[in-house]
Design a protein around this ligand. Sequence first.
Ligand code: 13P
Ligand code: ZN
Length: 272
Amino acid sequence: MKDILTAPFVQEVCKITGNMYRLGWDERNGGNLSCLLDEKEVGAYLDTSQTLRTFPMAFDAGALAGKIFIVTGTGKYFRNIPDNPAENLGIIRVAADGRSVGLLWGYEGGGAPTSELPAHFRSHIVRLEKDPGHRVVMHCHATNVVAMTFIHPLDERAFTRTLWQMCTECLVVFPDGVGVLPWMLCGNDEIGVATAEKMREYRLVVWGQHGIFGAGKNIDEAFGLIETVEKAAEIYLKICRSPILQSITDEELQILAKAFQVTPKEGFLTAK
Ligand code: 13P
Ligand code: ZN
């Protein structure tokens, strides 16, 4: 068996969570991440038939039965993950009946998976239906996105349009737009259901006065979506109190979409 700490999937999670901490998006235990792993790849590092502990699931995750994920621990600080992955991360497998997960590695010292596991798993189920290549769900407290949710209407069309208008790249990166939820109690199955419902249409879901979720085929894609929204939100906050002399018009956004061969979310741009 190879040393699990040298596994690319562990090292990649260490690297991204350290970076997200330094960006200021994951203060204290803020944020969580889950990534679907390939069983064969994990098998080179772990005996996947050995379950160390089990955790009950708040809902029926049967659609993910047998699947293996690397998941950040609840209450754990992103800041500490790179130096101590075995305590702050876990590798878990969903039980055949979808009612529990078994620990294969990690959460040393008595840890457990993130409290947002229902939002992650429910989102994985929905995104895998849309795209069999989907792998990653990421949640963080991106500063400018959270700030924007205090002063901008939480209407999805309006919120998405504002973001698209802030940087030329936005429409190209997230043509499907951004789903938005009002403030809700976090860390339970109810917000998990609401998040996954949005994930049917969007790979990005903003939680009002809390943070953002991003989904993608890999860590780069999920992170890239979030950082692009965060950049647009930062520009919005810099200019929102200033007189606007020029912006990107809907006509220009249509030209952009055509040039980059993306399809903007239907009804979000005014027709030509
Ligand atoms: P966990 O520490 O349980 O992952 O929760 C952090 C968080 O951001 C809740 O939304
Ligand atoms: Zn959070």
